[in-house]
Write a protein that binds this ligand. Structure first.
Ligand code: KG4
Ligand code: ZN
Length: 351
């Protein structure tokens, strides 16, 4: 089975073809992506209107290239999957309508995919793991600890009460004039910094519910920075290192509690998986590797290109659903907000 995936929920335009063989082999035949970072950089963040226009301009060419690169004809696809949310509504509509139009024209099943489900199922594409597993999804827009029990069955174990982890990195970077996106810039600056210079709060540490709260930490960084103006490069490095150390402590503690909740409520996880752009952070990866080992769990971090937003994960989620005999109607509405644990109640879903 081969499915074309389309992803336009944020600032990446992407199209991919993924194949699932009868013998269980999983192959990414093509995985095209174009980031709009250059378009948004002058504004210090993603501008929804600019994002939607950029998707419109390049999506059709990108789909053609993805199908060509895969070496298949449109008629040889078994389904068309498009991310239907959550995300910026203008962009979602571009990908969703394009996907529906293609499915209608080709007479193929259409699959409306929850973008978060794409992230959640990625380790099955990359590592073929079985259910259930524990997922830490940490990007610019989302921070969730999820129990992935089956396709369509996701239990939210923890979430952020305010900022997403990537968002906190982005805001701290902006505060310190390090540019956008902030995660990589903060990580780089932290490399030469002293993590002990500023004593920053570790919100929620030790709390029995595995939730995150990061806005207090972000405010503490701002106050610490304001107190030592003007900032020298050393100050910025120390602030970044201290901030990153605080985040690492929070992530490790919250994930540890999350694994405990998973074992109590779901059972024994097959693995701990990190997905989302924050998974690129080396300090976080190393710390989670230690806690996974302590908990006797295998840690899986999909390759960076499949951790951040991409269309192969949308195609893969489409394959998982198609294989279960599911598809969606062409009246499936875009969902700018679409919590993953609601995925079971899919309006308009068939079978
Ligand atoms: O998954 P992603 O590419 O896009 C979405 O947000 O959906 O994640 C991007 C986020 C940004 O907030 C970025 O600052 C953060 O991931 N990020 C990082 C690192 N690389 C990217 N955060 C911390 N350390 C990094 N090395
Ligand atoms: Zn994402």
């Amino acid at each position: 089975m081969r499915v074309l995936g389309i992803e336009t929920t944020c600032d990446e335009t992407a199209a991919a073809v993924v194949e699932w063989g009868r013998d269980g082999t999983r192959r990414i035949l093509s995985n095209r992506i174009r980031s709009q970072i250059m378009e948004h950089t002058p504004f210090g963040g993603v501008v929804p209107e600019i994002a939607a226009r950029a998707h419109v301009e390049i999506l059709d060419g990108m789909i053609r290239d993805a199908v060509n690169e895969a070496g298949v004809k449109f008629s040889e696809l078994d389904g068309i999957a498009a991310a239907a949310g959550p995300g910026l509504i203008g962009g979602v509509l571009v990908g969703l309508t394009t996907g529906k139009a293609l499915a209608l024209a080709l007479g193929k099943p259409f699959l409306a995919i929850n973008h978060l489900e794409g992230h959640a199922l990625t380790p099955r594409l990359t590592d073929g793991i079985g259910f259930p597993y524990m997922l830490l999804l940490a990007s610019g827009g989302h921070t969730q600890l999820l129990g992935v029990e089956d396709v369509g069955t996701y239990r939210r174990i923890g979430t952020t009460l305010d900022d997403a982890i990537g968002e906190a990195f982005d805001k701290v970077a902006k505060m310190l004039s390090l540019g956008f996106p902030g995660g990589p810039a903060v990580e780089r600056a932290a490399e030469t910094g002293n993590p002990l210079r500023f004593s920053l709060p570790r919100p929620m540490l030790g709390k029995p519910e595995p939730d995150f709260s990061l806005s207090g930490l972000k405010t503490a960084v701002r106050l610490a920075a304001e107190a030592i103006q003007p900032l020298k490069p050393r100050d910025i490095a120390d602030l970044c290192a201290s901030f990153q150390a605080a985040i690492v402590d929070c992530v490790v503690d919250r994930t540890r509690i999350g694994i405990r909740v998973f074992r109590r409520d779901i059972g024994s996880p097959t693995a701990l998986v990190i997905a989302g752009g924050v998974g690129a952070n080396r300090a976080i990866r190393q710390a989670l590797q230690r806690s996974a080992t302590e908990s006797g769990l295998r840690l899986i971090i999909p390759p960076a290109a499949l951790c951040t937003d991409n269309a192969a994960m949308i195609a893969w989620a489409g394959l998982e659903r198609l294989k279960r005999g599911q598809s969606d109607g062409l009246d499936f509405a875009a969902r700018p907000r679409w919590p993953l644990d609601e995925a079971r109640a899919r309006p308009g879903a068939r079978a």
